[in-house]
Design a protein around this ligand. Sequence first.
Ligand code: F6R
Length: 239
Amino acid sequence: MEVIIVKDYDAVSQKAFEVMKEVVTGKKEPVLGLATGSSPIGLYKNMIKDHKENGTSYADVRTFNLDEYVGIPRDHEQSYWTFMHENLFSGIDVKEENVHVPYGDTKADCEAYEKAMEDVSVDIQVLGIGANGHIGFNEPGTPFDEETHIVTLTEKTRQDNARFFEGDINKVPTHAITMGIATIMKAKKILMVATGENKADAIKAMVEGEISTDCPASVLQNHKDVVVIVDEAAASKLS
Ligand code: F6R
């Protein structure tokens, strides 16, 4: 696991962009695994800027997102599909038919998503990390061998997210569909971005802790090509 510590969010986003650009320009038909959340927004901004200023093309890129809520329409303002279009896809020349965000609530939906990824194999998977070490919607305790699956959201997660749903927990979906840890581990390269003091414990557990389902991200110690880009605050508890 390569850990790169830089000053702040902007520096993390710049470094992450450099890693991403190498994959996008170095492959004929790159396959990108993508994440939502606040951590990769700066990376996505840099990709859009580079596309507009330098003409880097995403016409032959295929994308697969980590996760999505269950039970809200695709074009709901809080769906991850909408997030990705607003924060990345609308600013680059990726073809809509090459964009994949998981959708559905059945085992067959999960298997179809897993199969679609297996057929092409992900070149680089972008990840953020939860303060409790989660990756995707894989919360502590999730077995490492799970592939794409449906999860029940905890009361805590739903409360935290209620602010995005008019402050009403009843409007927050109860389930989500997510790549599993085994799915994430199939990616050829993993690019994790994390900033802020509230991620420091999770980063320490991921990098220096025991490999355990207590910290789902610790499984990344077993992957042969992981780049972790963190700011000084997120790195502050590393020894
Ligand atoms: C996003 C995802 C989540 C986030 C994580 C960190 O698709 O699956 O695991 O990466 O919750 O979120 P932020 O970046 O908002 O701190």
